[in-house]
Design a protein around this ligand. Structure first.
Ligand code: PLP
Ligand code: COI
Length: 379
């Protein structure tokens, strides 16, 4: 069945001051097609019926905000973002709640990080309330696409790019802000299974003064060769070391890392401190809080490869896991490095990793009280 609205209309939603959200007619995918996608969504390969688009022009500000049918963009071949990567993005999820409503998780934190990323790339920031309004408008319009299967979500991808057709190297005067949505199952198709990692000694992700602490597109382009090297070495993921001494562990691929020291009631968490070269993950920040709620000691400090290796050998380091919005929490098992391989744990996910994972998922899916006010009801 298709449900086509006759005309564009101005909704009661406001993107930012003086800019209402126009809703264009959208042809909805038949329910049977949608259900087929939702039965096994994978990650990042299917998209919903609508998308959100707003434009910026120097001197005019943000304007022309609309919900429009999901579809190709027409871009000039000289579009600045295609040449110089003046482009940023965010990732967050909408979760079906047990009462039938839909909620996003800490979207204010994504809005704030998006604005920080924009400033670092010399872009006009999307006002934080406008970011939230855009995400809410899209989730509300496409709420039928929020999957309800175990641990399924609607992954949301806000992004901003320099759309001015101009080849000079300077901040563009025109930008697009978009939000697209993609139903998501597990990010790692093998499920909760320890990943093997390769310590990158040839490449770095981020250097002091660079862009490692923001989500700009170029960071991900520059990471791909190291990820390929990890795969060639028989590993699932790359682990990044600090650029200066190549001694300290920073991140795993696009995820933050945690180390569990000790076990049982004495277990302690260590996560690399935010030195300016790590992305301040919202999952990382949430887990620091959740772990403290559970009575665990959590320390943010530098953590070296030597400490990791020695800790695994003498039993001090009992578990290691990575965390991020897309994959939530993933245990780390085998570690390969030119300086010698080692394995954390016994090849199965550890109890602290799994306890924190369940706790966070329970909050996000509304199965336990949201004591920190992290859920934002959308629809
Ligand atoms: N580190 C990097 C480099 C990332 O791209 C991401 C993903 O956004 C994360 C960490 C985890 O951040 P978050 O928990 O906010 O998704
Ligand atoms: C994450 O959510 O953990 C990410 O790194 C997003 C990724 C798909 C870029």
């Amino acid at each position: 069945m298709t449900d086509t609205l006759a005309d564009s209309r101005t909704s009661s939603r406001i993107f930012t001051e003086g800019v209402p959200v126009t809703v264009e007619p959208v042809t909805r995918r038949p329910a049977a097609d949608r259900e087929a996608v939702l039965a096994d969504p994978g990650f990042g390969r299917s998209f919903t019926d609508s998308m959100f688009v707003a434009r910026y022009e120097a001197g005019r500000g943000w304007h022309d905000a609309r919900l429009t049918p999901y579809g190709p963009l027409q871009v000039d071949p000289a579009t600045a973002a295609l040449h110089y990567a003046q482009s940023i993005f965010e990732g967050l999820k909408a979760y079906a709640q047990p009462d039938g409503s839909v909620a996003t998780f800490r979207p204010e934190a994504n809005a704030a990080r998006f604005a920080r990323s924009a400033r670092r790339l010399a872009m006009p920031p999307v006002p934080e309330e406008a970011f939230l309004a855009a995400v809410d408008a899209l989730v509300d319009a496409d709420r039928d696409w929020v999957p309800t299967g175990p641990d399924q979500t609607l992954y949301l991808r806000p992004y901003q790019l320099a759309s001015e057709p101009f080849l000079g190297v300077r901040p563009a005067t025109e930008y697009l802000f978009l939000v697209i949505a993609s139903p998501a199952g597990a990010y790692f198709p093998r499920g909760v299974h320890p990943v093997s990692v390769y310590l990158s000694e040839d490449y770095i992700r981020a250097a002091p003064g660079g862009t490692g602490d923001v989500k700009c597109a170029g960071n991900y382009a520059a990471s791909l060769l190291a990820q390929e090297q990890a795969i060639a070495a028989g590993c699932d993921q790359v682990v990044w070391l600090d650029a200066v001494e190549k001694r300290y562990v920073e991140e795993m691929g696009g995820m933050n890392l945690f180390f569990v020291l000790g076990s049982g009631d004495d277990a302690e968490l260590v996560t690399p401190e935010l030195t300016g070269t790590l992305l301040p993950g919202i999952t990382r920040d949430s887990l620091v809080t959740v772990a403290r709620d559970r009575g665990m000691r959590v320390t943010e400090r530098k953590f070296s490869v030597d400490e990791w290796r020695a800790g695994v050998a003498d039993g001090t380091v009992t578990e290691t896991f990575a965390c991020g919005t897309a994959a939530v929490i993933t245990p780390v098992g085998e570690v390969k490095a030119r300086t010698g391989d080692f394995t954390v744990g016994d090849g199965t996910p550890g109890p602290v990793t799994m306890g924190l994972r369940e706790h966070l998922l329970d909050i996000q899916h509304g199965r336990v009280p949201d004591t920190h006010g992290w859920l934002h009801r959308v629809a």
